[in-house]
Design a binder for this molecule. Structure first.
Ligand SMILES: Cc1ncc(COP(=O)(O)O)c(C=O)c1O
Ligand SMILES: N[C@@H](CCCC[NH3+])C(=O)O
Length: 407
């Protein structure tokens, strides 16, 4: 008996669409979004899904239909949101290196807010807005110097990180922005990192942001919103995911009596556990020191284990009574870093289908064509129905941009 995604067997999906295959549960996406809406109901938040976590158009469309806003970090992501039916007035634009073209594109679209990370960026947005005869709505991303206690590659709120404006420079930066004629200050924001399992750094960052907002109010700079950045971490293994209700209660208490709208930018916690990567076992190989389960997905499909030594739970789609062995589960790519798990207990034989869990966030969106491998197909399951939301690439897709340029 195969395990199911909603009402459909994973084995059926693999046979119909081939492997590697990303499978998402629509119900899980909806539930994750509703959890935020319900937990933060008291703060009337604008939830802006961080598109980078999974930028598939159908997933963006689903969130847009639920009323969600979007956090974007490139012109391409803004174009995706607009193409999928998201409205510009719910788009915020983050990132340390926005180009002139991206700023013009975002202004032209009429986005809600630019999250600005430096003084040169303030100047650039002001100049582009002036050239276009517009006023750009902005928020300053402040680096609160709070340790998010997460993997160093995805910790973003420390002095040593490239992100945001230092707390010590924040008031001066706001005064500077207030003097630029083509900017309108509407908010303050921070984002201290991803996969946070402890709420206290998030609460501490919020306290620091509010203390700053209070000082700004005294100086005549009144803000409309506070944006606390990404969402909480998720359970990949046996971690305890933070309690959203407790986070919301703490934020509601801090916001009480202040006229500030709350904005949140969750990514991972909206899509991470809604997605599974399906991969077929090609061979089981007994090396001199180790067993290897060689599968047809690779680091180009899901980079997280190679990049962050991240854990993903992996199981056989069918309980087939095979004995468990200890093995490295690896892809076909020519790199020793191309693994999904090391020294993992797994029951698997050639031809079996494996489920790589919690792959909905930073999976397909970080995929590449390394080793000239075709990008996997993606499907969205809703009850008894399934819809292909990205077609598998073909060899022709892979070579056509260069083929057209061959001398
Ligand atoms: C500016 C910004 N906002 C939101 C997010 C989403 O974070 P998460 O996926 O942890 O919710 C990120 C990624 O860490 C980010 O860089
Ligand atoms: N790509 C990272 C998260 C980065 C968040 C981007 N700000 C991950 O897979 O966990």
């Amino acid at each position: 008996m195969s395990k199911l995604c909603e009402n459909i067997a994973y084995t059926h999906l693999a046979e119909r669409f081939g492997t590697p295959l990303y499978v998402y549960s629509e119900q899980a996406l909806t539930n994750a979004y509703q959890n935020y809406v319900n937990a933060f109901a008291g703060c009337q938040p604008l939830i802006c899904y961080a598109v980078k976590a999974n930028s598939n158009l159908s997933i963006i469309q689903h969130f847009a239909q639920l009323g969600c806003g979007f956090d974007t970090v490139s012109g391409g992501e803004i174009a995706r949101v607009l193409a999928a039916g998201g409205t510009a007035d719910k788009i915020i634009f983050s990132g340390v290196g926005k180009s002139i073209q991206e700023i013009a594109f975002a202004l032209n679209a009429g986005i809600k807010c630019f999250n600005v990370e430096s003084l040169p960026e303030l100047d650039r947005i002001n100049q582009v807005a002036e050239m276009m005869g517009q006023i750009a709505p902005i928020s300053l991303r402040i680096n609160p110097d709070v340790d998010a206690k997460t993997h160093p590659y995805i910790s973003t709120g420390l002095k040593a990180n490239k992100f945001g404006i230092a707390m010590a420079d924040a008031e001066r930066a706001y005064q500077y922005a207030a003097a630029l004629p083509n900017l309108q200050i509407i908010g303050i924001d921070c984002h201290i990192g991803s996969q946070l399992l402890d709420l206290s750094p998030l609460v501490e960052a919020c306290e620091r942001m509010l203390a700053l907002a209070d000082k700004l109010a005294v100086q005549g700079i009144a803000l409309q919103h506070i944006d606390l950045g990404g969402g909480v971490g998720i359970a990949y293994q046996n971690e305890q995911a933070p309690d959203l209700t407790a986070y919301a209660a703490a934020v509601a208490q801090m916001l009480a009596g202040r006229n500030l709208r709350l904005v949140l930018e969750p990514g991972r916690s909206l899509v991470g556990n809604a997605g599974t990567l399906l991969t077929r076992v090609e061979f089981v190989k007994q090396g001199e020191e180790k067993n290897f389960v060689i599968v047809d997905a690779a680091m180009n499909d899901l980079l997280r284990p190679a990049l962050y030594q991240a854990y993903h739970h992996i199981e056989n789609a069918e309980e087939n009574g095979q004995p468990e062995m200890v093995a490295d589960i690896v892809g076909p790519i020519c790199e020793t870093g191309d693994f999904f798990a090391q020294n993992r207990e797994i029951a698997a034989a050639a031809g079996d289908l494996l489920l790589v869990r919690s792959a909905g966030a930073y999976g397909a969106s970080m995929a590449s064509n390394y080793n000239t491998r075709c990008r996997a197909a993606e499907v969205l399951v809703s009850g008894d129905t399934v819809r292909e939301i990205r077609q598998r690439e073909t060899f022709d897709d892979l070579i056509r941009h260069e083929l057209a340029c061959l001398g």
